[in-house]
Design a protein around this ligand. Structure first.
Ligand code: ADP
Ligand code: MG
Length: 238
């Protein structure tokens, strides 16, 4: 099995403020992996450090067997990694179509149009909204737009930061199902979530982050059903 991401001893943060300590984790090709942990524990920082947005201090980040530690975001995108931020992930004053175009503004037109078409096939709800402003979309539709925009770069590995936050339960379910179905297109998935039950239910494996350190890893089903983990990291049962 191909290892898509291997992280060893990763240290990261913001400028001189260290947030992450000795992070070890991996994601294999075709996997769906969820990182959970309480608010402020460093989930967003971890994904941002991997993606070259937060400050990388040290440790190894390997992508598809290549050392990409400290690489710039645009280099990572060119090698097939994409990222969907938790907030401000669409341009509200642009149309759905323009948002998708922004996802590939360095691509030749014919390729860009093909990719937009493919994104709209994956998220058909957006097709009827193509010419509407992103500001007019519901929270769930916005999240779909943010994900489809990330797909315009034709990624092999997709990082998502709390894709279901602030959505209604129906949309949460739909978004997680759509993300899961991206695996059929050969995309490997890494999600960080605070409300993690839905995401873990679709995941192969999970990691638990607390205070900037990985405190547990295991089979997603095991994490979901372990009463002690449930009490501390998953909130109430439903
Ligand atoms: N730009 C920043 N500069 C300095 N500290 C930050 C910045 N963004 C977040 N932090 C701090 O980093 C810690 C982890 O934040 P974050 O990774 O966003 O947590 P999570 O995503 O798990 O809620 C928090 O203490 C937060 O206040
Ligand atoms: Mg966060």
């Amino acid at each position: 099995m191909t290892r898509v991401l291997e992280v060893r001893g990763l240290e990261g943060g913001y400028g001189s403020v260290q947030i992450l300590y000795e992070i070890d984790m991996h994601v294999d090709e075709g996997e769906f992996v969820t990182i959970i942990g309480p608010n402020g524990c460093g989930k967003s920082t971890l994904i941002k450090t991997i993606f070259g947005i937060a400050t990388y201090y040290g440790g190894d980040i390997e992508y598809m067997g290549q050392d990409v530690s400290g690489w710039r975001t645009d280099q990572l995108v060119n090698h097939g990694i994409a990222y969907v931020p938790q907030i401000d992930n669409v341009f509200p004053s642009l149309s759905v179509e323009e948002n998708l175009q922004m996802g590939g503004n360095t691509l030749p037109n014919n390729i860009l149009n093909e990719r937009i078409e493919r994104s709209l096939e994956m998220f058909p709800d957006l097709r009827s909204r193509e010419h509407d402003l992103a500001a007019s979309l519901s929270g769930g539709e916005r999240q779909m737009l943010a994900i489809s925009r990330a797909l315009i770069s034709d990624p092999k590995f997709l990082l998502l930061d709390e894709p279901t936050a602030a959505l209604s339960p129906l949309y949460q379910q739909q978004i997680i199902e759509r993300i899961d179905s991206l695996r059929e297109d050969g995309i490997t998935i890494l999600i960080v979530e605070q409300n993690a039950r839905l995401s873990l239910a679709r995941s192969d494996r999970g990691y638990i982050l607390a205070n900037g350190k990985m405190v547990h890893t295991g089979d997603a089903q095991h994490i979901l059903t372990d009463p002690e983990i449930g009490e501390y990291f998953l909130g109430s049962t439903h």
